[in-house]
Ligand binder design. Structure first.
Ligand code: CMC
Length: 454
């Protein structure tokens, strides 16, 4: 980093142009910032594997006394990460280099999780070992059950999920002290396996059904559907298409780089909080209706249109004119193109409904609404396309999962991503505790007025 101060604008222009030419000759790339004081400061440009560029402003305040202001961190790279690549303009999503379309078609949720967390697709032996660990870790500690008993039947499932995940650390004092992957793998197996047992039994609690235990003979998704829908006198046997639909849902939700909940997990982890505390915080971030709550909001909105029998013109008009109203499942902070996950989910929904012989008016309406929005100038000019949540709820509905459980299912899917990011950050020696700054806009100094004088 270098800095110099010049007063004359033409001198500044000449100086910068000379510096840029010198950089080109030397084959280096720097960015230059000129402040109103005439101070010119050089910042290195960091370039990612896919060519994205970032101005490294790590020393900005130290060198210039100013900070950047970026609400929502939309232009801020908070870390370097090798896990997931998203090109929002082109509608591209890859996990560790593998296109999401290939993983959704040919991979399974557990091997996708292993890919995200450890960086490579597992071989047969590694996959079998991890599957065995998942099976060995699927039973919840009985001490966690009172949380379920104390929870009101109409309570919000995400609240209970967050509480139980956070409470797990009370039973795992050794697993929260991670020194190497040797210890980390059992921790991952425990969380990945038990989040499914917790989620299914949150559903049973809110339904008033008896507790269900996992069946060690079943695969990950089959086991989850079994715990969700079996009752002691009537076991549930999902079809292959149902299992594959859930598997695909989980794979498509497994990671999405620095989204709100993953950033939350990283921020909590940056304070050296353990993985249980970090993922529990991730659940609370995911709970928001602009994030993991959106898929249920899509279904509610579509069902509302059907019930009103007025068609969707009113909703489209409202979405275009009322800034506080959104067409749910449309638009994305990063994708300015069709979300590749929405494309896959639409065809999964098509296949699932056909196999289950379900004629869902909500799905028919969604497809019509999509077409109308995609032809509408308002949506075209703002690059608003269906996002991952537009069709995912149709699939969950067909799997007999009620809307209050939708964000919980999203959380199971997102678990590998949260874990992968927490681990990546943990192993990165350059990690610092997250501590954004602010521009203070409150009162300047004033004198305290005692209570009797107010
Ligand atoms: N319906 C109508 N108008 C919209 C919508 C929508 N769904 N989304 C964005 N816009 C408009 C917005 O009003 C603004 O218009 P103008 O330029 O005239 O002010 C413009 O598009 C840009 O909107 P923005 O708020 O700057 O966009 P954003 O990138 O901050 O918002 C979003 C992204 C996902 C929060 C937003 O598109 C939205 O609220 N969508 C509906 C909720 C939803 O489906 N959420 C799921 C997101 S994907 C899953 C996840 O991340 O968990």
């Amino acid at each position: 980093m270098s800095k110099q101060t010049l007063n004359n604008p033409s001198e500044i222009g000449a100086e910068i142009s000379e510096k840029l030419c010198a950089d080109t000759r030397e084959g280096v790339r720097n960015a230059y910032l000129v402040l109103p004081s005439g101070q010119i400061t050089k910042f290195p440009l960091s370039v990612g594997a896919e060519g994205e560029q970032a101005v490294d402003i790590g020393e900005l305040r130290k060198e210039t006394g100013v900070i950047t202001l970026d609400p929502g961190f939309r232009n801020t790279g908070a870390c370097q990460s090798a896990i997931t690549f998203v090109d929002g303009e082109k509608g591209v999503l890859r996990y560790r280099g593998y296109p999401i379309e290939q993983l959704a078609k040919d991979s399974g949720f557990i091997e996708t999780a292993m890919l995200l967390i450890w960086g490579e697709l597992p071989n047969k032996k590694e996959r079998a070992e991890f599957r065995e660990m998942l099976t060995n870790n699927e039973m919840l500690h009985e001490g966690l059950k009172p949380h379920f008993d104390a929870f009101p039947p109409n309570g919000k499932p995400m609240a209970l999920l967050s509480v139980v995940l956070a409470s797990m650390r009370g039973y795992e004092p050794k697993l929260t002290e991670i020194k190497s992957d040797k210890n980390f793998k059992p921790l991952v197996a425990k969380i990945m396996s038990q989040v499914r047992t917790i989620a299914a039994n949150i559903h049973n609690k809110t339904k008033g059904s008896p507790w269900q235990y996992p069946n060690p003979d079943f695969g990950y998704c089959q086991n989850f559907l079994h715990m969700l829908h079996s009752i002691p006198n009537k076991p549930y046997h999902p079809s292959e298409t149902e299992i594959k639909a859930l598997e695909t849902f989980f794979i498509l939700h497994a990671d999405h780089e620095q989204n709100c909940s993953t950033s939350t997990v990283r921020i909590v982890g940056s304070a050296k909080s353990d993985l249980f505390a970090s993922i529990s915080a991730g659940v609370n971030a995911l709970n928001g209706k602009l994030h993991g709550g959106a898929n249920a909001a899509v279904i509610r909105q579509l069902e509302g249109i059907l019930m009103s029998k007025k068609g969707f013109d009113e909703i489209i008009a409202k979405a275009k004119t009322n800034p506080d109203f959104r067409l749910m499942g449309f638009g994305h902070a990063v994708y300015k193109n069709y979300d590749p996950r929405a494309k896959i989910l639409k065809s999964v929904a098509e296949k699932l409904l056909e196999e289950l012989k379900i004629s869902d008016p909500v799905f028919d309406l969604a497809k019509k609404l999509e077409q109308v929005a995609l032809d509408d100038e308002y949506f075209i000019s703002r690059n608003l396309y269906p996002n991952v949540d537009f069709y995912s709820g149709i699939i969950l509905k067909a799997l007999k999962i009620p809307t209050n459980m939708f964000p919980v299912i999203f959380a199971i899917g997102r678990m590998p991503g949260w874990i992968a990011h927490w681990r990546e950050q943990y192993l990165d020696e350059s990690t610092k505790i997250a501590r954004p700054r602010q521009i203070y806009t409150g009162h300047t100094k004033r004198e305290y007025v005692s209570a009797k004088d107010r």
